[in-house]
Design a protein around this ligand. Structure first.
Ligand code: GLU
Length: 487
């Protein structure tokens, strides 16, 4: 039998993809893949002022980067700029579904469940203020609901209008798969606008028509939409359409439990891509934003996350986006990569690290040396800089290099390097031999070596670092350092 589970991700293309939106997409994905359902991507572009084609592209790009694939809906644009779609219930972009919204709107008006409203913004504003001053919930006073057909036709010729849905007194109840029973009293709601003069529908109306027409079985979205849901339930009832099940996901908060904002880290998903986070780590971390696996194992591949996902394990309280934990997890994922895989992943992000002219072995060796220190790729330029150029010497460093003993050590090391090819295994021995020849040990031996080769008094393990640097570059740096030695 065909699986009837159908979920959708329905973003509005108005900017970057926020972490919160990406989490909504991810939970829809986990849910659909867990139960063999269908995931649909629908673009909600009825906000004409804020929607842009670029933002639509960002949505597709963000989902693909995170590793979310979908089965039906919008898939981007082809080379001629035409939308690519898959599925029999399209179009999957709201502005291309106007005839459908018109059809249901006409029905609501004919059945007197909705009416035209010609009140101006100024008029409504004054009324809202007056209500608030009296301590009342501002609600439309139904002034236009009493207009006759003739009056409506007459007013339509000149003025702009809205279509309002008539909200009758009573309770709206629904069972939320995350939050349990939710009850709203409609006296808090008031007749709300569902379409504007130009026929463009308002979110709460369009979403109902689309979810019903696309046979959506579960609406999984952020809790910020919870207050919209009673309005949508009223519309389903008025139109006699099948109501989906609802699951409202807890809000994503910063570590201080306030609404997630730039203060807590990046809020755009692709900012993490641009910093060189691994999509698999991001996918893993984000799946824990409100859901926790029953077995308590947090680091899991996609298949494990999908297999264990259940809406009944989604928490009610806010999900904390802890960038430190994300960084820790990304570090863990990075450690699982080989140095070659890491190099292949990192280098496209870090154009400032110029490995042109370096051999593949050199590049892999460098990544092997710095791997344990990498949390995300944007750190690679800093962690790898000594491979390209020693640090600037400090006054203290210069003084150490200027001493007579330092000169002897460096000359002796240069001599050793001309005889023996450096390896990880013989590096200590080689420095030891230079020390012997120069009659230096301990700090007197290692400090001039470290300063000459790295420019700094602390830094990488020399036995790992020097063999990657190679004999030739080591000798070159020693010669530079010897110039600072006057004796
Ligand atoms: N376009 C809405 C948004 O991006 C969709 C909300 C919903 O899932 O119903 O918030």
């Amino acid at each position: 039998m065909e699986n009837k589970i159908r979920v959708r991700f329905a973003p509005s293309p108005t900017g970057h993809m926020h972490i919160g939106n990406a989490r909504t997409a991810l939970f829809n994905y986990l849910f659909a893949r867990n139960c063999g359902g269908t995931l649909i991507l629908r673009i909600e572009d009825t906000d004409r002022e804020r929607s842009t084609p670029e933002a639509v592209q960002v949505i597709v790009e963000s989902l693909k980067w995170l590793g979310i694939d979908w089965d039906e809906g919008y898939f981007g644009r082809d080379e001629h700029g035409s939308p690519m779609e898959k599925g029999a219930l399209g179009p999957y972009t709201q502005m291309r579904r106007m005839t459908l919204y018109d059809k249901y709107l006409a029905r609501l008006i004919a059945e007197e469940k909705a009416y035209h409203c010609f009140c101006t913004e100024e008029e409504l504003d004054l009324k809202r203020k007056a209500a608030t001053e009296k301590g009342l919930v501002p609600k439309y006073d139904r002034k236009c609901s009493a207009l006759s057909k003739e009056e409506i036709e007459e007013k339509k010729k000149t003025g702009r209008f809205a279509v309002r849905f008539k909200v009758e007194p009573g309770l709206v109840e629904f069972e939320d798969l995350v939050r349990g029973k939710v009850v709203f009293n409609t006296d808090q709601i008031g007749d709300f606008v569902i379409a504007r003069s130009d026929g463009v529908p308002v979110y709460n109306y369009a979403v109902v028509i689309d979810d019903a027409e696309m046979n959506i079985s579960h609406v999984i979205r952020g809790e910020d939409h919870l207050s919209n849901t009673p309005r949508q339930v009223l519309l389903y009832r008025a139109l006699g359409l099948n109501q989906p099940l609802f699951a409202h996901l807890p809000m994503i908060l910063g570590a201080d439990r306030s609404k997630l904002s730039k203060r807590h880290g990046e809020t755009s998903l692709l900012a993490y891509r641009d910093k060189g986070f691994l999509p698999a780590a991001m996918f893993n971390y984000m799946s824990l934003l409100g859901w926790y696996p029953r077995d308590g194992v947090e680091i899991k591949p996609k298949e494990g996350l999908t297999a264990g996902f259940s809406l009944s394990d989604v928490g009610h309280s806010g999900a904390i986006f802890d960038e430190k934990k994300l960084i820790w997890m990304n570090h863990e994922y990075i450690q699982k990569l080989s140095a070659k895989e890491l190099a292949d992943f990192c280098l496209p992000y870090i154009k400032t690290v110029d490995v042109a002219g370096k051999s593949p072995e050199w590049v892999v060796g460098m990544f092997e040396t710095i791997k344990t220190g990498i949390n995300f790729c944007a750190e690679v330029p800093e962690l790898s800089k000594l491979f390209f150029k020693p640090d600037e010497l400090t006054a203290e460093g210069l003084a150490i290099l200027a001493a007579e003993g330092a000169g002897k050590v460096l000359l002796a090391l240069k001599a050793e390097l001309s005889k023996t090819q450096l390896t990880k295994e013989n590096c200590k021995e080689l420095i030891g031999a230079a020390g012997k020849a120069a009659e230096a040990k301990g700090k007197d031996l290692f400090m001039p070596v470290r300063l000459a080769l790295t420019g700094a008094m602390h830094g990488p393990e020399l036995a790992h670092f020097l063999p990657v640097l190679g004999n030739e570059e080591c000798v070159r740096r020693i010669e530079e350092a010897l110039k600072k030695n006057s004796k």
